[in-house]
Design a protein. Structure first.
Lengths: 349, 349
DNA sequence: CTGAAAGCGCTTACAG
DNA sequence: CTGAAAGCGCTTACAG
């Protein structure tokens, strides 16, 4: 009796059959007698036999796993996305490995190239600002890739995202339907060096949706209400200097559309510092329906991204690519949903 | 010329050497002439040769990867923990796989047993309410395991956590030093079915730290200020009924210690609904220094968990276990740090 | 229904 | 310094 892990040969020896039969029995192949299969199963159980994942993968030529690379951000909106991705992968008999970029020298590209040493068959990249680089890295290691979240302005991959423009239009229309007429839009920035944000495609799209709604409603275009925000990704700031200035200028917005939920935190603090109450003086809305929306006071009216569908679709696309299909580089946009909370409705406070 | 991935034999054939020499050259073994090594390297590069991870693992008998299993929670306080864990693992030449429980039928135990099919050599479990079950599952698949965060009351594993009791005492002492005398403590619950929380060890420890400080300061013990909270994990609630009742009863606390940062969101909303301002009327403090602390208004004074050290230490312990050391089941507690923000100091608003 | 053999792609003693 | 051979633990045609 050895102390090390039993292998298939051990099971075969004890069962008095060939290794091939053990393999067939344990893998549920039809061409084994039920009697033999039962006996082998029992012995395997007793021995605590677990087939070696590496040997099986080597023999089969594949490991049936895919990898998701998640960005170096604290606001984990991608958690529900990965949950559904893991489900979809499991449904197809695949594992999902999650690889945080955080802590890896060399960033996204280094993480991707590192996958060359991991038994994985495809890559999902989340929130990449530069799809061209991701595409090149994946090509280099010979793995198919799908992107989630349209951060990259140049679409070089099959990409899954929310209908950002539609969603923004919908929520601004909601503000208008509440009687708001001077709706500010915050979060866009001319600073292209903001990590994972900058002039991301989704920012552009959401601003466009805002303009769609304002224009369609025949509201006076008020460009001073579209604020440039120097560092929209920074959660540590207490208030927003640009909004401070706007409020001091006497612009008097009656609503603020934040291009992402997390921006609402400093916006609410800025409003409260000016003695303005939400939603009575100013209504506030966000986009994403991520954790921040629930933590704020009041809780935030927002557009919910279809996280579950996004994860599933990304995996579906990736599995198709793995089985040889060539995926065109284009966006697959999914419907968003309006979620009403206290920041736009006194009755919901 | 085939379209499939080149293997080591291809490189050997083209270089006109044996496969063993290619292996040695590419793995940096000393016993290869520099000239040969260079030539082989060049050819491997041109061919885009990437050694098969599975073949190498099968041959070596190990894959040099460890797995972290993260809980089904939206508040990703474990993200910075995993970042440092990934760094520590990489320093030792190991990969870190992250496996979310979310989306897996059968929960933690199913995820652990699923690792039997993954080329991984050890497991880090994060926030497990029942270490005994985790220990049994890992034993079954023959993998060593280390826990992060003391959620389980019964310590059955080598565990890494913050000094919860010390930290709580420190922050309550801070409140006392600010002149607070009637300090409420919220977050403990007698409802043991709260997922991942319930009567978790860290809850117990933090309450104990609170009592340590109050007692040491000679403040009148006021048991009505230690609130039972029916569902502390639920972020969707707007206000806290138990706190509502306390405030209506005329108890007039001058400070509230939240056992976790995320609890401060509904606490702040409850206070504001009662017309109380923070920190003037009531100071508020939390524990963790996770994302919620920065989103709130005002931002939250809190005890920071040593996330980086926690991830590193967990990996260190796990690697020792992998190399054969037997780890006793005991907690390894790491120092916390007081972080001052606007919720306890007007000057920091 | 079952077995013996070949082989997945590497690495590492063993010879020379 | 280099090569030929064995083998890691499986699976799967190929025979019977």
């Amino acid at each position: 009796m050895t102390t090390s892990r039993p292998n298939l040969a051990d099971v075969a020896r004890i069962a008095g059959v060939g290794p091939a039969t053990v393999s067939r029995a344990l893998n549920g192949r039809p061409d084994v007698s039920e009697k033999t299969r039962e006996r082998i199963r029992k012995i395997a159980d007793e021995l605590g036999f677990r087939p070696s994942a590496t040997a099986r993968a080597l023999r089969r030529g594949s490991f049936r796993a895919v990898s998701a690379i998640v960005p170096d951000l604290v606001w984990g909106w991608w958690e529900p996305v990965l949950r559904s991705a893991a489900e979809a992968a499991a449904d197809a008999g695949f594992h999902l490995f999650v690889h945080p970029i955080a802590g890896t020298e060399g960033g996204l590209e280094a993480v991707i190239e590192g996958l060359a040493n991991v038994p994985t068959e495809g890559v999902i990249v989340v929130s990449v600002p530069d799809q061209a680089a991701a595409r090149d890295s994946c090509e280099r290691i010979g793995l198919p890739v799908v992107a989630i979240d349209d951060t990259s302005r140049s679409v070089q991959l099959a990409s899954v995202s929310a209908k950002n423009r539609d969603g923004a239009r919908t929520i601004v229309e909601h503000l208008i339907s509440q009687g708001c007429e001077r709706i500010a839009c915050v979060g866009a920035t001319s600073n292209e060096f903001t990590p994972y944000w900058g002039e991301g495609l989704f920012v552009e799209e959401r601003v466009a949706g805002y303009r769609d709604a304002v224009t369609a409603a025949g509201l006076a275009p008020a460009e001073e209400l579209v604020l440039d925000w120097s560092s929209p990704g920074d959660e540590s700031i207490v208030t927003v200097p640009e909004l401070d200035r706007l409020l001091e200028s006497g612009a008097e917005p009656d609503a603020i559309f934040c291009l992402a939920d997390l921006l609402a935190a400093p916006v609410l603090r800025t409003l409260s510092a000016h003695g303005l109450s939400v939603p009575d003086d100013v209504a506030v809305a966000g986009f994403d329906d991520e954790r921040a929306a629930l933590l704020l006071d009041p809780q935030l009216t927002t557009m919910r991204q279809p996280y579950d569908q996004m994860g599933r679709l990304a995996v579906d696309l990736l599995l198709r690519a793995i089985s040889g299909e060539r995926l065109p580089a284009r966006r697959h946009e999914l419907e968003t949903e309006l979620v009403l909370r206290g920041s736009t409705a006194v009755s919901l406070r």
